[in-house]
Design a protein around this ligand. Structure first.
Ligand SMILES: Nc1nc2c(c(=O)[nH]1)N[C@H]1C(S)=C(S)[C@@H](COP(=O)(O)OP(=O)(O)OC[C@H]3O[C@@H](n4cnc5c(=O)[nH]c(N)nc54)[C@H](O)[C@@H]3O)O[C@H]1N2
Ligand SMILES: Nc1nc2c(c(=O)[nH]1)N[C@H]1C(S)=C(S)[C@@H](COP(=O)(O)OP(=O)(O)OC[C@H]3O[C@@H](n4cnc5c(=O)[nH]c(N)nc54)[C@H](O)[C@@H]3O)O[C@H]1N2
Ligand code: SF4
Ligand SMILES: [Mo]
Length: 739
């Protein structure tokens, strides 16, 4: 007999409610849950891939250890002992910092991230890395400076705004990011349908533009200039209006002085947008009753990532659109995770740490930028990294200079990976510890309610029982923590470890946090207060209502609870904009005449959904998009195999000619390049593509945050001479498994 389990899809930040119809151990069907409080039935094609993931014969079901060039299945106790002993040995021989950790993106979609962070603390290394430094790091820096906490995220009040200005995000494809808004494209279209405006600023006419009222084809990296030009007009015409924020905000005069220098005429050539358009965008934004500017990874992954996100926030502040309905708002999550995050990430007023040993890249909170890791491994000397623990990450494909990381991982003394597959990264591991599939674990997410467009909380029950001997990420990481922590004396960490215990789940922690949170029994009384039990019973989630205004100044963690709209380091960096623009122009004259940017695709997810037959069918998707004029000028035609070369390297991909592109710009998705020897996902290897991160440059970064500048890379595009065309990527044999 079949049964239906209501849970969420955790593949992306939308966390859509799904109905999983199961019979025994088999998944019959996955559909959208029409009663889910956030998604109301919406899902994207990736939800069905949860079944492919679950059934995938290439997915690891037991731990494996490396023996020569093979992976051999072993039991859990042996695997965990071996894994922990190897890490401790490296530390015993070369010091605590000789082991690095890397937390990948899917880690954030599970409460096991708490266990991973605890494990990091117990390892006591300064060499912690994560996907953050290829993603949202500039936003953390901005929120740290402006609001006093790196995770105090301002979120667009999507369902109530009249005017939304989108920078470097494609929510119609990504389904929204740092903005949990399932069915984002429907919510965007609704803004236009109720008479409002959605303006998309993007060098490519994206899928989101189809739902918008206007597209502004900015020059890659042109956004800070565009924003300064807008602020110039707003201050110059006296149409700024901070409203209630006026008495909370410091730095308006400094911001005004900076903006005064950037007339739309001066900003226009750097922004690649006409001065009249800049002025009109400013006036329309300021005139809208309820407006919000929002930016995401397209503008994070830039040398100006922090500046751009700062100016986006500043635009919201000076038009009075922060902490107000229809503007940029702060959620009120059931689990107030800011303090927990402070404990886990060692945050607080402190941001900087000493620069990296080899590259000199800046450190932040308790991490270093992933762009600097290869150097730390390949450069001998005191402090060289010789061991690695990865959790749910594939930096060989996701970090800049992936080829060098590949080399560095190959020569490690000890590498433990917690992952579902033998990937481009984990193929170098000595031990791989695989969790059960997504459908086999229950969970409660406390991360995405921090960024929801409504307040909500949801329990996520397992759709299928875990197989005998299966372990969740939480269990694996806590078991490792138990082994690593042995011998670590004293302190709050060990007490915490005992409290939650290797066998317990995150639910115990969350129950405590719920009871003491803003909707808990302490505030609302025992009858109305939220508990884990109540959240568990609500099969479609608990709706805690629309975002609430008036969170400021209470939520501010700055000294004196002030909103600091013009932090000194940002003002100083803004003085370098001319120099940055000149460098950019010089690079384009120097043999690299095009600018490379990235793109995401609906049926793909970073590096790791390419093994799903359901998603990976049809035409080749790892292509370079180029405007017809640029193609003609180079004698190139649609379908040609082209070589894309940057200062850092070259890759070959098929060309797709498209007038979606701004002339002078080329777009290639990341996460491909599955041709490497020994990779365990056979279907992905048959559609290998090339990794764009083989040509992104680890040295290009945002100086204020250390984030990788994966976008706006100077490149050239040429036809691959017929004789030089690489043979079609072959499905490489997975490493053999000896039973
Ligand atoms: N289907 C799918 N969904 C995903 C993912 C996926 O891989 N596939 N990944 C998930 C992850 S990890 C994340 S972080 C989110 C990201 O979600 P989004 O932030 O929405 O990211 P993208 O879809 O990459 O959109 C970035 C946009 O920035 C544009 N861009 C590039 N350079 C510039 C520039 O200089 N200025 C401006 N204004 N725009 C620029 C690109 O053309 C692109 O359209 O998506 C998540 N959701
Ligand atoms: N050029 C370029 N590079 C980029 C980007 C870009 O836009 N352009 N985007 C960047 C961004 S925003 C991000 S977030 C990063 C992502 O980069 P990463 O986080 O490094 O990599 P992913 O591709 O998400 O790989 C996730 C890995 O986790 C494994 N996995 C999946 N689910 C689970 C699970 O539940 N448990 C465990 N233990 N393992 C699991 C998968 O098998 C896979 O190996 O890429 C970045 N790299
Ligand atoms: S948008 Fe798609 S991948 Fe993202 S949570 Fe919803 S169904 Fe899953
Ligand atoms: Mo991301």
């Amino acid at each position: 007999m079949s049964a239906v389990v209501h849970r969420v899809c955790t593949l992306c930040e939308a966390h859509c409610g799904i109905q999983v119809e199961v019979e025994g151990a088999e998944v019959l069907r996955i559909t959208g849950d029409p009663d889910d409080v956030m998604s109301r039935g919406y899902i994207c094609p990736k939800a069905a891939a949860l079944a492919d993931l679950h059934e995938d014969p290439d997915r690891l079901r037991t731990p494996v250890k490396r023996v020569g060039s093979e992976f051999v299945p072993i039991g859990w106790d042996e695997a965990l002992d071996l894994a922990a002993r190897g890490l401790r040995d490296v530390q015993a021989r070369h010091g605590s910092d000789a082991v690095a950790t890397y937390l990948g993106n899917p880690g954030a979609h599970s409460s096991a991230v708490i266990a991973a962070t605890l494990l990091r603390k117990l390892l006591g290394t300064r060499n912690n890395y994560s996907a953050t430094s290829t993603d949202q790091l500039p936003q953390h820096r901005v929120y740290h400076e402006l609001f006093g906490h790196f995770a105090l995220f301002p979120i667009p009040d999507l369902d109530r705004t009249d005017h939304m200005l989108v920078f470097g995000a494609n929510p119609a494809v990504s389904n929204g990011s740092i903005m949990t808004a399932p069915g984002a494209r429907h919510r965007l279209r609704a803004i236009v349908e109720r008479g409002g405006a959605v303006v998309v600023v993007d060098p490519r006419r994206t899928e989101t533009v189809k739902h918008a009222s206007e597209h502004v084809a900015v020059r890659p990296g042109g956004d800070p200039f565009l924003l300064l030009g807008m602020l110039h007009v707003i201050f110059g015409e006296g149409i700024e209006d901070l409203g209630r924020l006026a008495e909370l905000t410091d730095g308006v005069e400094e911001l005004r002085a900076l903006a005064a220098e950037w007339s739309p005429e001066r900003a226009a050539p750097h922004a690649g947008v006409e001065a009249e358009t800049i002025a009109r965008l400013a006036r329309e934004f300021a005139a809208a009753e309820r407006a919000v500017a929002y930016g995401r990874v397209g503008v994070c992954q830039q040398e100006t990532g922090t500046l751009t996100h700062w100016l986006i926030c500043a635009l919201n502040v000076v038009t009075g659109n922060v902490d107000r309905e229809g503007g940029s708002m702060f959620p009120t999550p059931a689990v107030d995770a800011l303090d927990l995050l402070n404990v886990l990430f060692g945050a607080g007023e402190r941001w900087e740490r000493e620069p990296m040993r080899v590259s000199g890249l800046p450190g932040y909170l308790d991490e270093y930028p992933i762009a600097g890791l290869a150097d730390e491994m390949l450069t001998p000397g005191d402090g060289q990294v010789r061991g690695l623990l990865t959790y749910a990450g594939n930096p060989v494909l996701s970090a800049p200079g992936g080829r060098r990381l590949d080399e560095a991982f190959a020569q490690l003394d000890w590498f433990v990976a917690v992952d579902l597959y033998v990937t481009e990264t984990t193929r170098h591991a000595h031990v791989i510890l695989p969790p059960v599939s997504q459908l086999e674990r229950s969970d409660i997410d406390i991360v995405f309610p921090l960024v929801g467009v409504r307040n909500f909380i949801r329990f996520n029950p397992a759709a299928l029982p875990a197989p005998a001997g299966g372990r969740t990420d939480w269990q694996i990481l806590m078991a490792l923590a138990g082994r690593i922590g042995r011998g670590v004396t004293g302190g709050a960490l060990n007490r915490l470890l005992r409290l939650v215990g290797p066998a317990a789940s995150a639910e115990r922690l969350v129950d405590l946090a719920l009871r003491t949170g803003p909707y808990g029994a302490l505030k609302r009384g025992p009858m109305r207060g939220l508990t884990m039990g109540k959240v568990r019973k609500a099969r479609h989630g608990v709706d805690l209502g629309p975002l609430r205004p008036g969170r400021l100044p209470g939520q501010l963690r700055t000294k004196g609870r002030r909103l600091r709209v013009a932090p000194a380091p940002f003002l100083a960096e803004a003085r370098r904009l001319d120099e940055l623009a000149a460098e950019r122009d010089a690079a384009l004259g120097n043999g690299f005449d095009l600018t490379l940017i990235g793109r995401r695709q609906l049926r793909s997810n970073n590096s790791w959904l390419h093994n799903s037959p359901r998603l990976m069918k049809g035409a080749d998707r790892c292509t370079a998009l180029l405007h017809p004029d640029d193609a003609t000028a180079r004698g190139l035609a649609d379908g040609d195999q082209v070589c894309v070369t940057s200062a850092a390297g070259a890759i070959e991909v098929p060309l797709e000619v498209s007038d979606e592109m701004r002339p002078g710009v080329v777009s290639i998705p990341h996460g491909f390049g599955h041709h490497r020897d020994g990779v365990g996902w056979s279907h992905a290897a048959a559609h290998a593509g090339a990794s764009v991160n083989d040509i992104t440059d680890p040295a290009r970064h945002d100086r204020l945050s250390g984030n990788a500048a994966l976008n706006s890379v100077p490149v050239r595009v040429e036809r691959v001479a017929a004789a030089a065309v690489a043979p079609p990527a072959q499905a490489v044999a997975a490493l053999s498994f000896r039973a």
